[in-house]
Design a protein around this ligand. Structure first.
Ligand SMILES: [Fe+2]
Length: 390
C-alpha cells in the first residue's frame, strides 16, 4: 500500500512540475467587446498570470512587422492591469470607420513582488495563433446594421457553429448571445470550450458580440465574476446600444424560479433587481436617443409570454411588459423555452411582436432606414418566420 501511495504521489508531483514548466499559452483566443466609433475592448485569456498589451496599427497595406507599433495596456486607477489570467484592454482614441490590425502579447509573471516583478515565457498571437487580427471601428453615421441573435447553446459549440452559419455570420455586424450560452459558470472551460473559442474562431476576434445573461449564467461559483469576462464600461448587465436607425435594449432576466427556491440556497435577489430595471426602463424611454430612434428592439432571455408561467416570467409580465407596451417597441427577441414561438402584436396583451427562438434556431435582423427585416432560421437552414417592419 505504501509503495502504491508513493508511486501515486510521485506521478502527481511530476505532473504538477510538468504543468509549471510549460510556457505560457492562450487558454482562449481574443474576442471583442463594446466596439464603438472610437474605442474597443479586446479580451483574451492565458494559462498563467501575465502582463499583456495590444499592438495596433491602422491598415495601410504594410506588413505588421514592418515597424514598431503602438502598444496599448489595460489600466485600473493608474495601475497597469497585470497579474491575472484574464487579459482585457480598452483601446480609446481610435478613428471612426477605420480598419486596424492588432497583435496580442502576454508575458508570464513569475513573481509579482512589491519592488520587483519577474517575468518568464511569453506568447503572441502572430507567433502562437498564426494570426494578425483586425477589426473596423463603427462609422460616425451608420446607415444600416445587421445582427444575429442566438440563445440556449448550453455549451455546445458545434451547434453554435451551425446556427451562426445559418444566420450568415460572414456579413453580419454583430452577434447577440441571448442567454444560457453555458449551463453554469463553475469553471473557465464552461465559457472557453462551451462557446468562446468557437466564437473567436468564427467571428469574435474581428466583430463584437453582446452578452445577455440567461438564468443559467447566474449559476456556479464563477458566475458572480462573469463581468470580468464580458467587461462593460458601466459595469451593468442590462444596457442600451445605438446603431444608426437601431436602438437596442438588453434586459437581464435573472433566475427563473422564485428567489426563495431551495435550488438557489438563499443567494437569489432577482425580484428587487427586476424592479430596478423597470425604473431604469422608464428613464430610457424618456431619453431623446430612444425617442428619436427609428427601430427599438428589446433583447431578453425570458419572454413575458408563453412558457409555463414560472415566477420570472410572471414578474417580467407584471413589471416590464406594461412599460414596454407604452413605449413603442418594434420587436422583442427571447429564448429560454428551447422551442420556437411567435406572438403577433395583440393590443390587449403585447403591443409589439415577440419572437421566442428555439435552442437550434437563429434570428437574423437587418436594419436600414427603410425597414427592419427579421428572419428566423431553423437548424436545417429553412426560414420559419419572416417579418418586414417599415
Ligand atoms: Fe433559460
Amino acid at each position: 500500500m505504501k509503495r502504491l501511495l508513493f508511486i501515486f504521489f510521485s506521478i502527481l508531483a511530476l505532473n504538477l512540475y510538468a504543468q509549471q514548466d510549460k510556457p505560457i499559452a492562450f487558454s482562449c483566443p481574443p474576442y471583442l467587446q463594446e466596439l464603438g466609433t472610437d474605442a474597443v475592448t479586446i479580451v483574451w485569456h492565458t494559462t498563467k498570470p501575465a502582463f499583456s498589451w495590444v499592438e495596433l496599427a491602422e491598415e495601410d497595406g504594410s506588413n505588421f512587422q514592418a515597424k514598431s507599433r503602438t502598444k496599448y495596456y489595460g489600466t485600473i486607477n493608474g495601475q497597469i492591469d497585470a497579474g491575472s489570467t484574464i487579459q482585457k484592454i480598452r483601446i480609446k482614441g481610435l478613428k471612426p470607420g477605420t480598419t486596424y490590425n492588432y497583435r496580442l502579447v502576454s508575458k508570464e509573471i513569475l513573481n509579482y513582488g512589491a519592488y520587483s516583478v519577474s517575468y518568464g515565457s511569453w506568447v503572441s498571437s502572430d507567433n502562437h495563433l498564426g494570426k494578425i487580427f483586425s477589426f473596423s471601428t463603427l462609422p460616425e453615421k451608420i446607415e444600416k446594421v445587421s445582427f444575429i441573435e442566438v440563445s440556449d447553446i448550453h455549451n455546445n459549440p458545434d451547434k453554435l457553429e451551425v446556427m451562426l452559419k445559418n444566420g450568415g455570420i460572414d456579413n453580419a455586424d454583430l452577434v447577440l448571445f441571448n442567454g444560457d450560452m453555458t449551463s453554469e459558470f463553475s469553471h473557465e472551460s464552461d465559457l472557453f470550450d462551451g462557446f468562446l473559442k468557437k466564437s473567436s474562431d468564427m467571428f469574435a476576434a474581428t466583430k463584437p458580440f453582446l452578452m445577455v445573461r440567461g438564468n443559467h449564467e447566474t449559476r456556479g461559483l464563477l458566475s458572480k465574476d462573469l463581468m470580468k469576462y464580458f467587461p462593460r464600461t458601466d459595469n451593468k448587465y442590462y444596457f442600451t446600444k445605438s446603431y444608426g436607425p437601431l436602438f437596442l435594449i438588453g434586459l437581464d432576466c435573472g433566475e427563473d424560479k422564485p428567489d426563495s427556491d431551495i435550488a438557489y440556497s438563499g443567494l437569489a435577489a432577482y425580484d428587487e433587481y427586476r424592479t430596478e430595471q423597470a425604473e431604469w426602463l422608464k428613464k430610457v424611454f424618456e431619453s431623446s436617443e430612444f425617442k428619436n430612434a427609428q427601430y427599438k428592439v428589446v433583447i431578453c432571455h425570458i419572454s413575458p409570454l408563453g412558457g409555463d408561467g414560472w415566477h420570472a416570467q410572471n414578474d417580467i409580465k407584471e413589471k416590464w411588459l406594461p412599460i414596454l407596451n407604452k413605449a413603442g417597441i418594434t420587436l422583442m427577441l427571447c429564448g429560454h423555452e428551447h422551442t420556437f414561438n411567435y406572438f403577433k402584436t395583440n393590443k390587449e396583451v403585447n403591443n409589439f411582436p415577440i419572437i421566442i427562438g428555439s435552442d437550434k434556431s437563429c434570428t437574423r435582423v437587418d436594419v436600414s432606414k427603410d425597414a427592419l427585416t427579421t428572419k428566423v432560421i431553423d437548424y436545417d437552414g429553412k426560414n420559419i418566420l419572416m417579418l418586414n417592419i417599415k
